[in-house]
Design a protein. Structure first.
Length: 454
């Protein structure tokens, strides 16, 4: 499968003054495969160390801070000479030996000709329990997400549909046949999801039952990880919080709805660890007064989305046999699945080195019920993004936000064909508002910033 992050890795490895790179992402999103593929494509000798499987004779090599000594020990272990510029050192599952992270700075300073990549699916999870300073300014980061819709289209062989997605602009009409086919493919993508092994299963067998079996296995693996690495919180509580996220998609997350009798502080700690493990992402309420969006948040008001829509569908028990139409599918959980899918897209659209942060707007006026599903930064502008399950839905909250913030451009994402229109209405309080609204179908959501550029 072709992953867009491959280009980011190649750009990194060709940089002057290259720093050791840490790949961050949840388990099974494809970190190990990506590194192996990079070595293969660039004809580099891969030196791969898996700290979860390595014996003491291997882990002992990395207790020193001297990269030259480490390199010599690796040569003795491998039985051949290692040419640093033509090699790639890959330290996988580094959360099993997190103190090695602090020593990566010495590779940047004393052996810069050797490219070094570290990866750990539960890196942030483990670092919460370790008190040592990270080598700030001495390592680079790359966040890896599940496959996006464009990668999925290419993987399933829909090259012509992919061209339509990445080339279309609002200047041209959108073919009805393309809309129908892309809606069908996006429905498949929502339920299969972007976890590479599940996507490969879909490509090979086109069996949702086999995909669902893999998805349930992945969810079970995550639960096993809790037992393996969480010494601070009960595994059962972690599992309950994880299971509550699909139920509360699209709603303000309430600790009280997770489990009866549990303290809010305990649920909050469990949720924080899930976010550290990259299984969940907070969507934080903000006033939207300006950039950065995180500069004026409402700390206690937030939503949560999960790692992958396919895993959400597995947790909710959905199948393609039961839900055959995209417009019906995104209505699941009162539109919560639609917000999940768009949140994934917006999260993946963030720069590969940036922390995963998402925002929405809700009125802070007492008794007022108004919210805009997402706020995104595009250049120096704030763009409100309203997600509508199906093809219809009112925009009262969006009108209110546009009037308050006096913005002139907004986006609606729904199941209809793309369109653009000028909105000239009054809010429920009689305030006139005029702005341009771009309506973007779910299957074009990944092209949002490109379309906004136009």
């Amino acid at each position: 499968m072709n992953r867009a992050s491959s280009a980011d890795l190649k750009q990194w490895i060709g940089q002057a003054g290259r720093l050791p790179l840490v790949l961050r992402g949840a388990r099974q999103v494809g970190k190990t495969w990506l590194v192996r593929q990079l070595a293969k494509e660039l004809d580099l000798r891969l030196i791969e160390i898996n700290f979860e499987r390595a014996g003491t004779e291997v882990t002992g090599i990395f207790k020193t801070k001297d990269p030259v000594v480490i390199l010599r020990a690796l040569e003795l272990l491998a039985g051949h000479k290692i040419d640093p510029p033509r090699s790639l050192l890959f330290l996988d599952e580094i959360q099993a030996m997190p103190q090695v992270l602090a020593n990566l700075r010495w590779f940047a300073e004393e052996l810069p000709q050797l490219p070094v990549i570290a990866a750990g699916s539960l890196l942030d999870f483990v670092l919460a329990d370790h008190a040592f300073s990270m080598p700030v300014g001495r390592i680079a980061y790359l966040h890896l997400e599940p496959m996006n819709f464009e990668e999925f289209l290419q993987a399933v062989g829909e090259e012509e549909l992919l061209k339509e997605v990445v080339q279309w602009t609002f200047d041209a009409p959108f073919q009805e046949v393309a809309h129908v086919r892309l809606s069908e493919c996006y429905r498949d993508f929502l339920i299969v999801g972007g976890m590479p092994k599940v996507a490969q299963c879909w490509i090979d067998h086109r069996s949702l039952l086999e995909c669902a079996e893999l998805q349930q296995s992945l969810l079970g693996t995550y639960r096993d990880d809790f037992a393996k690495y969480s010494r601070r919180l009960p595994v059962e509580r972690m599992g309950r919080v994880m299971e509550s996220i699909p139920r509360m998609l699209g709603q303000t997350f309430k600790y009280s709805r997770v489990a009866d009798g549990e303290r809010s502080t305990a649920i909050r700690e469990a949720l924080e660890l899930l976010c550290r493990a990259r299984l969940a992402t907070r969507v934080q309420a903000t006033t939207g007064m300006g950039i950065p969006l995180g500069g004026d948040i409402r700390e206690r008001v937030f939503k949560v989305i999960f790692l992958d829509s396919g895993l959400v569908c597995a947790a909710l028990g959905l199948t393609l046999q039961r839900v055959s139409d995209l417009a019906d599918l995104v209505l699941v959980n009162e539109g919560g699945l639609a917000e999940q899918s768009v949140g994934q897209v917006l999260r993946a659209a963030l720069p590969h080195f940036a922390e995963r942060a998402l925002y929405f707007w809700s009125s802070d006026r007492k008794g007022a019920v108004a919210e805009v599903d997402y706020l995104v930064q595009h250049g120096s502008r704030i763009i409100p993004v309203e997600v509508k399950a199906g093809t219809t839905g009112t925009l009262k909250s969006l009108h209110q936000f546009m009037a308050i913030r006096r913005l002139d451009l907004a986006v609606r994402i729904n199941a209809d064909r793309p369109s653009a229109a000028m909105i000239n209405v009054k809010t429920t309080e009689g305030v006139p508002v005029l702005y341009r609204l771009l309506s973007v179908p779910f299957y074009l959501a990944g092209q949002l910033h490109r379309l906004l550029d136009r």
